[in-house]
Design a protein around this ligand. Sequence first.
Ligand code: MG
Length: 158
Amino acid sequence: MLRIGLGRDLHRLLPGRRFLLGGVELPSPVGEQGHSDGDALVHALIDALLGAAGLGDIGELFPPNESAWQDADSLRLLAIAFGKVKAAGWSIVNIDAVVTCEAPKLLPHRATICASLASTLELPIDAVFVKGKTNEGCDTLGEGRAVEALVVCLLKQD
Ligand code: MG
């Protein structure tokens, strides 16, 4: 059986925060605001994984009002979510993602980001792909005040 999941996340960008995507820190004067480390790509991926497996969503698994998740490393949250998905008998076929922000450019960091996610999810590197887009100067994303991630994930169960 195959099942697909979709995840989406958006974080405000503020000075004094780290800009993390897929557990990789990108050079930037601003970074993601958030209860955890704010990694929008990882958060959207967690929702895609959980959604595909029928295991709820990131807010249920890691409630934002719980101090345990304050400044949490999002890759650790991803590993926990992946553990639940694996325990339910699912394996990941592939992951595809779009990250939208005006800056910084993703392309120089894309291979590192894909490798980081593939390593956490025990996948070959070619099973994870991340595309960087701008919002052409439009709206909050285009003004550089936020970053958005969209992720789809395909799971299989034998
Ligand atoms: Mg988030």
